[in-house]
Design a protein around this ligand. Sequence first.
Ligand SMILES: NC(=O)c1ccc[n+]([C@@H]2O[C@H](COP(=O)([O-])OP(=O)(O)OC[C@H]3O[C@@H](n4cnc5c(N)ncnc54)[C@H](O)[C@@H]3O)[C@@H](O)[C@H]2O)c1
Length: 414
Amino acid sequence: MENVRKVKVGVIGLGARGLPLLNVVFLPMWEHGLLEVTAVCDYYSDRAEEGAKAVETKTGVRPFCTTDWHEVIEHPDVEAVLVLTAWESHIDMCIASMKAGKRVGVEVGCAYSIDDCFRLVETFEETGVHCMMLENCCYGRRELMGLNMARLGVFGTVVHCSGGYMHDLREEIVNGDIKRHYRQRNYMLRNCENYPTHELGPIMPVLNINHGNRFVSLNSVSSCAKGLHEYAVEHRPDDPIAKCDFAQGDIVTTVLKCADGRTAVLTLDTTLPRIYSRGFTVRGTKGMYCGDGDYIHMDGESEFDSLQSKAGNAESYAEKYEHPIWKEYHKNPIGGHDGIDWLVYNAFIESVREDITPPIDTYDTATLMCISSLSEQSIAMGGAPVAVPDFTRGKWIERQEKPEEDKSTYSLYK
Ligand SMILES: NC(=O)c1ccc[n+]([C@@H]2O[C@H](COP(=O)([O-])OP(=O)(O)OC[C@H]3O[C@@H](n4cnc5c(N)ncnc54)[C@H](O)[C@@H]3O)[C@@H](O)[C@H]2O)c1
């Protein structure tokens, strides 16, 4: 990777995600000669300044620093833009960046309308400038291994996948006003599958979504909302937050149906006590991988085997089925977060430097981004099915696997 051209990036958003990424991923990437951070931005000036200082301290070079994101996109020394801000701002920043001819990598999160997802795709089609969702969980070790096993046919015919964003966020959300964090206002006002991409990102390549298959419909059902209110009453009894009526249901279950009949189930579970899990699961006619318990079960093995006897056995399959991307990364692991941030940001930077299609392209990004809005509609209609738009407008049929056209080292479809 050394001795390649450094991509000049502008970073917008230096909150809970942006600042650690700058320190743990972008500055080490700079050291490896892969990028330079030429501009930083946050509308909180203290955060923008902290970002600029981190860059200056490490490299001796002070980047352009601003509280106005337009200035980052317009800056002549910025070649590609990283959007690490609150969900509400993603679409406008991505579209402005693409219109300015600058590729954009956007942190995970969804759009607030289907129209916005089409605007994103249309901007790509008009400008030819790519937008890549930086879905790090696509590069999770087990997600990649499950994908590899599915591609090799080890599970037989894959018919169903599931996963979730299962993370107790009560402290972060209830204290969002103190922490200046955007999630609180979203949980107050909306009820939807608001964070589907950590599980759906890895599921999409397994099901060949936008590459020979597509989602056709979605149903979402939400439980009532109790977790945040009870947490607020217990932890901040004298603050207005204790009187807040949160709109977001505690558990949201979403079912996606594919054109070829396969299904996926997503779970949003962020406001009740629990251990963290993404629960990535692949079910086929010959076997399965299950993230909860990290086990593999194959046809012919006893159906009465206990979970205790299977738990953790996936590791014994790793030598044979580890994904090549992970094998390569594992030779020299850098970047924290089990490598997933390093891999996804390197995938984006490689796509800019080499002028190739990113492994999660604009159509995939729009597909991931539409889920919240669709699930909001479905929940409001008591779980009624809603159609999932075809952002490729039919191109998914021809976009079968074409390894020769997929030049990314980080491809999820080869
Ligand atoms: N991939 C992961 O593992 C992971 C983990 C955490 C967060 N995220 C994603 O990262 C993004 C940011 O999350 P966070 O937890 O850092 O949130 P945060 O609220 O802590 O930080 C967001 C920052 O963006 C800034 N911002 C928002 N709108 C802006 C605007 N219009 N102009 C300039 N700055 C603006 C805010 O001031 C804030 O500092 C979200 O998309 C989130 O989903 C991803």
